[in-house]
Design a protein around this ligand. Structure first.
Ligand code: PLP
Length: 435
């Protein structure tokens, strides 16, 4: 079908709430490694897809899925090796006594289950989240996602949700260079606990991504989660690390991004990269939380933990380990970040370069002093990069942060291509602004 035909059919038969990337939408028909191909065979360097973590259509994943699909696919009510093999492998990647796994089909299902576990374990309902956070698409998660409840169509903050300030070192209340910023931002979590108490309410859980994605690729200040977790635990709450975007070695230095903060959460939620595009998600928690949350109600998920999903997830772990992809994220990510920092010296529009491993963000501003967001320019840069065959996107509350989170097979040369393209594109945008 021609793109126009597809657009017409989408309009006719799909809900209007679905969005499409780019002014001129792309019809992508094939993926391989870090590349996507349109119907004319043009290759696009995918710098933003953190779902196809080990590369699009990785042959090991394809073989694992096809092989298991041709043998058996059923549910967790039968004994199967893959389910326990994967649970064991996943638990082995986790620190502390995080070892009880639940398998689901998406990041949203993982967070929804985490919410339920936290509520059952504490007998409470309220949740603290961080400004700008997105935790998923269900009704219960929209309620704890400021990104949604404060955004278009949102209905505002529900009474059972409290929002802690985003620990943004560039634009937030406490900025880079403030040695107390982690303590101060964590104290703001304590303030939310106190605020809830003043209203006669108690906190069940603190949900926080280990690096903030939709909020604009924010690296938490060192020690933030450690102190925030202390406040939450002292108040009897459960600490949930949402690793849906940032897990599985993407941050380079560690397998899990929460490890960069030196903490062990009570519940970890996983999605996107876990199945390299196959719909699987997971919740990993401690025996203590799992037991406290056990009400006697059966947990059944028709597709969660099926043999095909587990075969896929096992193949993903194998490839990350055998291919040294975490180390690669560290190495290529460090090179890319330092190149972007150099680029910022030539382009004043780049206000901040931040991130860890292959999870980076470039915040564009019109003016360094006022931090006026260069929202239009960020969108334009993404369009012009697409015209050059490089796929990026924007995010953050002001939509002025260019996100970089490519498959981990991204190479040093890919990083150079991205930076050279950005150099040209930002130059073009700056020139236009001067005219
Ligand atoms: C941090 C975070 N948590 C949860 C989700 C929800 O995951 P899914 O779209 O797989 O339901 C997302 C999706 O973007 C996310 O970014």
């Amino acid at each position: 079908m021609k793109p126009e035909e597809i657009l017409q059919l989408r309009e006719r038969y799909l809900g209007r709430a679905l969005s499409i990337s780019y002014r001129e939408p792309l019809k992508i028909v094939r993926g391989e490694g870090q590349y996507l191909f349109d119907e004319e065979g043009r290759a696009y360097l995918d710098c933003v897809n953190n779902v196809c973590h080990i590369g699009h259509c990785h042959p090991r994943v394809v073989d694992a899925a096809a092989g298991q699909m041709a043998t058996l696919n059923t549910n967790t009510r039968y004994l199967h090796d893959h389910l326990v093999e994967y649970a064991l492998r996943l638990a082995e990647t986790m620190p502390g006594d995080l070892e009880v796994c639940f398998f689901v089909c998406s990041g949203s299902e993982a967070n929804e289950l985490a919410l339920r576990l936290a509520r059952s374990a504490t007998g409470r309902r309220d949740v603290i989240v961080v400004e700008g956070a997105y935790h998923g698409n269900t009704t219960g998660l929209i309620e704890i996602s400021p990104y949604k409840f404060e955004g278009p169509g949102g209905e505002g903050r529900p009474a059972h949700v409290r929002v802690a300030p985003m620990p943004d070192g560039y634009r937030g209340t406490y900025r880079y260079g403030d040695p107390e910023s982690a303590t101060r931002y964590a104290a703001a979590v304590a303030d939310e606990i106190a605020g809830a108490r003043a209203d006669g309410r108690e906190i069940a859980a603190f949900f926080c991504e280990s690096m903030l994605g939709c909020a604009g690729q924010i690296v938490l200040p060192d020690g933030y989660l450690h102190e925030a977790y202390e406040h939450v635990r002292k108040a009897g709450g459960v600490c949930v690390a949402d690793e849906v975007q940032v897990g599985f070695g993407r941050v380079g230095s560690h397998f899990w991004a929460f490890e960069t903060q030196g903490v062990v959460p009570d519940i970890v939620t996983l999605g996107k990269p876990i199945g390299n595009g196959h719909p699987i998600g997971a919740v990993v928690t401690t025996r203590r939380v799992a037991e406290a949350a056990h009400t006697g109600m059966e947990y059944f998920n028709t597709f969660g933990g099926n043999p095909v999903s587990c075969a896929v997830a096992l193949a993903v772990l194998d490839v990350i380990e055998e291919g040294g992809l975490q180390a690669r994220a560290a190495e290529v990510g460090a090179h890319l970040k330092s190149s972007l920092v150099s680029l910022a010296k030539r382009h004043p529009m780049i206000g901040d370069v931040r991130g860890l491993g292959l999870f980076l963000g470039i915040e564009l501003v019109r003016e360094a002093e006022s931090l006026t967001p260069a929202t239009r320019e960020a969108a334009e840069a993404v369009e012009l990069m697409k015209d050059r065959g490089v796929l990026l996107s924007t995010d953050g509350p002001l939509k002025n942060v260019i996100k970089i989170k490519p498959p981990l097979v991204f190479t040093w040369e890919n990083a150079d291509e991205l930076v050279a393209g950005l150099d040209e594109v930002l130059g073009e945008i700056e020139q236009k602004a001067e005219m």
